[in-house]
Design a binder for this molecule. Structure first.
Ligand SMILES: [Zn+2]
Length: 332
């Protein structure tokens, strides 16, 4: 094993060797790191003073979190020029000295996120500096969803849809059940069946203010094919030369994978780009699309209302016409 990897890992999970579950390893890592890495401990302490406000947006709810610790991520410059200039914060050689992780199935390392959004927040970074791209990682994503269950969900932010390190492949894991959308789509009356793709049923969530596609299944290969089919259809309809803009949430329970897809047409809403006195720093990634709206600035937290949330979702999510085209373009 590479010496750089060797010196950073405090445990490993390969899915075969008998031993503690990945959830248990993650929780151990977090406790160890809180004790040995002061900045992480401070990041988690700051969570205690996060202000929370619930907004009912006519059919769905979101929770605003005033979390100042997230400023770096929310305001991260993601243009190529800025990225070329900064050292990559997910590369092993650039991690803070006390940071350690769990080697996950050879190619990834599970790290504690020093700017958590909730009491358990992990980043699963590739051990090499390879670009954020979902192509080629479909089965890895599904394996992760299973390995991190039942305690955690895993998620993916596209390079132009909320990833603060679009140059370094990574996923994230957070506690299951924290996102308002999870509860909303558990109510089956809110799901509209669309069609079967590779024998996997596809649904759209109704009345949630943004487009949400949901797929469920027990067969890993079939669900992987269905997911690939959707990404391909989005790519062709959105005419993306690169990966289509999207956020993905994966969970696994009772032998069933559930994948939630948020197809996007824009990364940051127009209020993000207003002059500084009017600017509202909301930068939607999976967490925001899932219903937790992070506002690192106190003023924003105080003024954001239901109407603005609906407007932001309408702006960054694909529209009705586009979603119809995507669904029609699916290869079955
Ligand atoms: Zn890197």
């Amino acid at each position: 094993m590479d010496a750089l990897v060797q010196e950073r890992i405090s445990a490993s999970f390969d899915g075969n060797t008998p031993g503690p579950s990945l959830s248990a390893l993650c929780r151990n890592l977090l406790e160890e790191q809180k004790a040995s890495w002061p900045d992480l401990s401070l990041g988690y302490e700051a969570l205690g003073s996060v202000r929370v406000r619930e907004l009912h947006c006519n059919g769905f709810s979101v929770r605003l979190h005033h979390n100042p610790g997230r400023i770096k991520s929310t305001a991260a410059p993601v243009d190529q020029k800025s990225i070329d200039k900064r050292p990559c914060f997910l590369c092993l050689e650039n991690l803070p000295e006390p940071q350690r992780g769990i080697l996950y199935r050879e190619d990834f390392i599970v790290l504690c996120n020093p700017f958590p959004i909730c009491p358990d927040h992990y980043t699963i970074a590739h051990i090499n500096h390879v670009p954020q791209s979902f192509e080629g990682t479909v089965s890895t994503f599904l394996k992760m969803a299973k390995d991190f269950s039942p305690d955690f969900n895993v998620f993916y932010n596209g390079p132009e849809s909320g990833a603060s390190a679009p140059d370094h492949l990574h996923f994230q894991a957070t506690a299951r059940g924290i996102l308002p959308i999870e509860k909303e789509i558990e109510d089956r009356t809110r799901l509209a069946f669309v069609k079967d793709v590779h024998a996997i049923p596809l649904f759209r969530a109704k009345n949630v203010g943004r487009e949400v596609i949901i797929m469920e299944g027990t067969d890993c290969t079939a669900i992987g094919n269905a997911l690939t089919s959707i990404v391909t259809a989005m790519k062709s309809v959105l005419s993306s030369p690169a990966e289509p803009q999207m956020n993905l949430l994966g969970s696994y329970e009772g032998n069933i994978w559930r994948i939630v897809i948020f197809p996007r047409q824009k990364h940051r809403p127009s209020v993000y780009f207003l002059p500084s006195n009017e600017r509202i720093l909301i930068s939607p990634g999976l967490v925001e699309m899932g219903g937790i709206i992070i506002t690192p600035i106190g003023k924003d937290f105080d003024i954001v209302n239901e109407e603005l949330i609906r407007k932001i979702y309408t702006e960054v999510s694909v529209d009705e016409e586009t979603i119809q085209k995507i669904l029609e373009a699916l290869s079955l």
